[in-house]
Design a protein. Structure first.
Length: 469
């Protein structure tokens, strides 16, 4: 077994780098550390493959359905590898693979629709849709396969080709997925590359790339946008979230506690649109915190390959350190750990599921994105105060309102400054709906037909009407 480097990024091994199992903190495999100067050849092959791929929509549909079948057939190989490098429970890895196949099937059946323009002129004008060319996708480590599919399924369905770069923390399952898809897709239609920086930055700024789609932090998203601007490539950025859940006075705490807990702690809290702040009426705040804390104290935390585990480790050492700092600062600021509040004393990157009460509104655990198994519960005295606080950060990905009066809850949800609002649930998305953020949480739209058209450009044809000659 390779030597562990638990406090650093995956370490070098010649032209390769190691991948760490977050459940042990030890390296268990390695992958190629591709050089930025290799990108010219990779993007060139993607461009040549695009010429035939864009020309036959019927063949694309057939190939994407075959790709979905291949992903499902490879589930028993993909899921354990995904759990080993990412940390999530095995059942969640299988669910991610199912979602990957479902996205391929959904977008395989979407077809851009030409549209006639009726403007009173003596010509027939029609909007048609054309693919963009090679697309670059840069994917984070929390949902490596699902977020990759959210990018490559619409891009390929639209007739583009793609160069896909996974996070250096989770490259293995994505490389295997690329091999699985290669059996169903023409050569170089989808290429998976692996490497550490500056590979991603060079890919985002490559002049042969016509669209860059990125999921990750706000800071890195800005850098990606700056790089893509050099070649005027289109960008789609799904960035950070700090979703607030507002509980109304009529909420039934025990009835919603399980749903609220898992809306915050699924995938160890490493979900961009997880609940990251809870606002509860002052008279209910202690009850809400204790209901969530009971679940935090009793949930089974362990390696994802253990069938009893419901929560796995934090994915990587830098993120674990961030969660520790964020929690320690909140406690120093006056917050109280109703549950957890510390790293677990065992190998790997495990942090106790944590419920914080009394965190100041200026604490980083409230204003920032902790992206881990830590949840502050904050008291409010008026609904206007809660809405103002929920909207009071630079983020605007999602939000939710919880209560018995659904009309009132919906009226409150309508006041949230975010891309998606839920009532009495959170972070549930349909493949057919748009997914977009407000403010610093993103640029562009993914999901549904909007995701397809985001990978196309309009092409307008004018011709004289037949009766005009």
């Amino acid at each position: 077994m390779a030597t562990s480097r638990p406090d650093h990024l995956p370490g070098p091994r010649g032209e390769r780098f190691t991948v760490v199992d977050p459940a042990t903190g030890e390296a268990f495999d390695d992958v190629p550390d591709q050089r930025p100067d290799e990108l010219d050849a990779v993007v060139g092959r993607a461009h040549r493959a695009w010429q035939d791929w864009r020309a036959d929509p019927v063949a694309r549909t057939t190939a994407l359905h075959a790709a979905a079948d291949a992903v499902e057939a490879a589930g028993d190989a993909l899921a354990p590898l995904l759990t080993r490098e990412q940390g999530k429970p095995l059942a969640e890895s299988f669910a991610e693979i199912d979602r990957t196949a479902a996205r391929l099937r959904y977008f395989a059946e979407l077809t851009p629709v030409p549209q006639s323009i009726a403007d009173g002129r003596p010509v027939h004008s029609e909007i048609r849709w054309r693919p963009l060319g090679p697309v670059a996708a840069i994917v984070p480590w929390n949902f490596p396969l699902q977020l990759a599919a959210a990018k490559f399924a619409p891009a390929l369905a639209a007739g583009n080709t793609m160069v896909l770069k996974p996070s250096p923390f989770t490259p293995l399952a994505t490389r295997l997925l690329g091999s699985v898809l290669a059996a169903a897709l023409p050569e170089n239609v989808l290429t998976v590359i692996t490497g550490r920086e500056p590979l991603g930055a060079r890919l985002a700024s490559h002049p042969g790339v016509r669209h860059v789609t990125f999921t990750g932090s706000v800071a890195t998203g800005r850098a990606v946008a700056e790089g893509a601007a050099a070649s005027l490539a289109r960008v789609t950025l799904e960035l950070g979230g700090n979703d607030a859940a507002i509980l109304l006075e009529d909420v039934e705490v025990e009835r919603i506690a399980d749903r609220l807990f898992w809306a915050a702690f699924r995938n160890c809290g490493q979900v961009c649109m997880a609940v990251k702040r809870v606002y509860a009426p002052a008279r209910l705040c202690a009850e809400v915190a204790e209901a969530l804390a009971q679940r935090a104290r009793t949930v089974v935390v362990g390696p994802g390959l253990d069938p009893d585990s419901r929560l796995g480790p934090v994915n990587n050492a830098p993120q674990l350190a961030r969660v520790e700092r964020c929690t320690a600062q909140a406690l120093a600021d006056g917050a109280r750990a109703v549950a957890g509040g510390h790293r677990l004393d065992r190998p790997g990157y495990f942090f106790a599921p944590t419920i914080l009460a009394g965190a100041p509104p200026t604490s980083a655990v409230v204003t920032g994105e902790q992206f881990g198994p830590v949840l502050p519960v904050l008291a409010y005295r008026s609904l206007d105060e809660a809405v103002e606080a929920a909207n009071g950060t630079g983020f605007g990905l999602g939000g939710s309102v919880w209560g018995t009066d659904l009309d009132r809850a919906e009226a409150v949800a309508d006041r949230l400054e975010c891309g998606t609002a839920w009532i009495n649930h959170h972070a549930e998305l349909s493949l057919a709906q748009p997914f977009a953020g407000a403010k610093d949480s993103g640029v562009g739209v993914a999901g549904g037909p909007w995701g397809l058209y985001g990978n196309l450009r309009p092409f307008v044809v004018h011709r004289p009407r037949k009766d005009r000659g």
